[in-house]
Design a protein around this ligand. Structure first.
Ligand SMILES: [Zn+2]
Length: 252
């Protein structure tokens, strides 16, 4: 079985000195592709330089809502050039986070990046936190032909289906390994299998039982096994469909 980690910050300093070992380890586990999302213009070049030597790494560039506070208008003008490399498969990570108190600026940068994704003909990687009600109308408005992924999806079945109907996929990660995430587990169990992607969000979002540890793309097969417990389809069919979903969304 082959797997794609559709969201892993492999460039983050937590992985310093570990990348070569992890790259070897994940090859043995069948994790053959990692999508490394961007967070800010100041990090893009280092993100690319740190990870380009690792064959499984593909890239997205974008300004993450946590980094919007320090972002400048000019950063947006640098983005289209970064999107031209042949291992760039999306714009991201972009989105809206209600826990950060600069929603007007977040809205401005999110919308500008949705427009850039549309002109670059790329899908988007979307960060959300208590913002489904703000993100969904914007996705309707911008109607990106390539869609994207709602990274680390958490929310209800209804909200999930709204994204699916807009042509978006849902990123399934460590959240589903927590018993208490009942609403999200129920949503992931019921949406069409064609709408799901696997991710770790490493080094963040440790799986249940690994709290306090650095998360790793090597744990992606564990996320997969947890997903299989929630779904009714056979394991090999699930694995095959998840890879198809990645291929269809990102056109590797
Ligand atoms: Zn992320």
């Amino acid at each position: 079985m082959l797997f794609t980690d559709s969201h892993c910050h492999f460039d983050f300093p937590e992985f310093s000195g570990l990348r070569t070992d992890i790259a070897r380890q994940i090859r043995e586990l069948g994790v053959h592709r990692i999508i490394v999302p961007g967070v800010s213009a100041a990090h893009w070049q280092r993100q690319f330089d740190t990870c380009r030597q690792f064959a499984p790494c593909y890239f997205a560039f974008g300004i993450h809502p946590w980094w919007v506070e320090d972002a400048k208008e000019e950063d947006l003008t640098l983005l289209p050039d970064y999107l031209l490399h042949n291992k760039v498969i999306a714009v991201g990570e972009i989105g809206l986070d209600a826990k950060i108190d600069n929603m007007a600026k977040q809205q401005e940068f999110f919308q500008a990046q949705l427009a850039i994704a549309r002109s670059a003909d790329l899908p988007v990687l979307i960060h959300h936190r208590r913002t489904h009600h703000l993100i969904q109308p914007l996705l309707k408005q911008y109607a990106l032909p390539r869609g994207g992924v709602i990274h680390a999806y958490s929310g209800s079945f209804q909200q999930a289906m709204t994204y699916v109907e807009l042509g978006f996929k849902l990123g399934v990660g460590g959240t589903i390994t927590y018993e208490r995430a009942q609403k999200t587990r129920d949503a992931i169990a019921r949406v069409p299998l064609t709408s799901l992607l696997l991710e770790t969000d490493a080094p963040a979002m440790p799986l249940a039982g690994r709290q306090g540890e650095i998360n790793s793309p090597a744990y992606l097969p564990e996320v997969f096994r947890q997903l299989c417990q929630l779904r009714s389809e056979p394991e090999d069919l699930i694995a095959h469909q998840l890879e198809q979903n990645c291929q269809q969304l990102f056109s590797f």
